[in-house]
Design a protein around this ligand. Structure first.
Ligand SMILES: *[C@@H]1O[C@H](CO)[C@@H](O)[C@H](O)[C@H]1NC(C)=O
Ligand SMILES: *[C@@H]1O[C@H](CO)[C@@H](O)[C@H](O)[C@H]1NC(C)=O
Length: 338
């Protein structure tokens, strides 16, 4: 790094932390009082400009837009009335609490393509001005970040360092763990201390952080319950969390792979909300297509939506109610239909 760059970075760090005065003070008392005072004045007047252009861990860059989240969940997430409701309530409650007793821990469950990643994105979009591009949002995928079983000990300490380093930088950090069911139990154990009710761990408070776990665990039981509802001719929107909760926890506990991690997290009540994602039906796929066309700047076309949704695979074999891949492949498929 050249000198100009490094002094700019230093300047940015001072300004971002709002610590212009504090950081310069120790030097000023011992060395150049007048100079530091002048510099402080100069920097202070530029502080607002810096806040404006550089993402900082400050309310200018990090605040929940509740209306935004609500509107996004209603307009962009399809077929997930239960998840929608829980997420809005959980995130709003947490973000409006100035003194949370523990970090917010959400565990999203459901089959592939039902919107778990997408919801994480909506949450990030409505808390961080930079959305998923924010330097305070971190995504970990077991296969990408922790692929080798033999290096599990390295991964553990690395992950702990990352979480600690990032939360020290910004209390309002968000960590998304994708494919949580493929994650080594040891790794999950290593992050447990950060999810607790502790005031501080090694001098750092994690209480304002958000942890989101994504997994397919329990997906089958959610499908079964939703299918039973459908077969009984009941309205999908009548499905409530209580219909899924028991099944979900039983299947999650008994699943060999996911059981390992869940027991330790559930036992201690570290997960605040289990959020089920329902399998998507034909009509939701058409909604996804329409939304995708709009997102791509195309004129939403019902005919295209119907055509594409008809070509998607559905299960179970006889009833063909739910889309096999949810809305996952819609974006890439759309290119062939327009
Ligand atoms: C919050 O979200 C709404 C709806 O998307 C938007 O109209 C509004 O401008 C946002 N407010 C802020 C302060 O960003
Ligand atoms: C924050 O997390 C990222 C991974 O998302 C890591 O690369 C980085 O080193 C961490 N920062 C600190 C200060 O630990």
């Amino acid at each position: 790094m050249n000198r100009r760059k490094s002094s700019l970075l230093l300047l940015w760090m001072l300004v971002c932390s709002g610590g212009v005065t504090e950081a310069i003070e120790p030097i000023s008392t011992s060395i150049a009082v007048g100079m530091a005072a002048a510099l402080t004045g100069f920097l202070a007047s530029y502080q607002n400009i810096f806040y404006y252009f550089h993402e900082c861990c400050r309310p200018e860059w990090i605040y929940l837009n509740k209306t935004g989240l609500q509107v996004d969940l209603e307009a962009k997430l399809f077929g997930q009335h239960i998840a929608s409701r829980i997420i809005l309530k959980a995130v709003t409650g947490f973000m409006s609490n100035d003194n949370p007793k523990k970090p917010l821990v959400l565990s999203l469950h459901g089959w592939t393509g039902t919107g778990k990643n997408f919801v994480s994105q909506l949450i990030a979009d409505n808390i961080y001005k930079e959305g998923m591009d924010s330097s305070f949002v971190h995504i970990f995928t077991s296969e990408l970040h922790f692929p080798h079983l033999s290096q599990i000990d390295t991964y553990k300490s690395q992950l702990q360092q990352w979480i600690k380093g990032n939360v020290s930088n910004c209390a309002h950090s968000m960590f998304i763990f994708d494919e949580m069911d493929k994650m080594h139990p040891g790794l999950i154990d290593s992050i447990k201390p950060y999810l607790e009710y502790y005031e501080k761990v090694d001098g750092v408070s994690y209480r304002k952080a958000i942890f989101i776990f994504l997994s397919n665990a329990g997906g089958e039981s959610i499908i079964q319950t939703t299918l039973d509802f459908w077969k009984a001719g009941r309205d999908r929107e009548e499905l409530e969390l209580k219909h899924l909760e028991t099944e979900l926890s039983v299947s999650v506990f008994n699943n060999k792979r996911s059981g390992l991690w869940h027991t330790s997290l559930i036992d201690k009540n570290l997960v605040d909300f289990f959020v089920p994602f329902l399998p998507l039906e034909y009509r939701h796929v058409t909604q996804c297509v329409m939304a995708e066309m709009e997102a791509k700047g195309l004129q939403p076309d019902q005919n295209v939506a119907v055509q594409l949704a008809r070509d998607v695979l559905y299960f179970p074999k006889t009833e063909r109610v739910f889309s096999v891949k949810g809305c996952k492949t819609i974006a890439s498929k759309l290119d062939f239909y327009t």
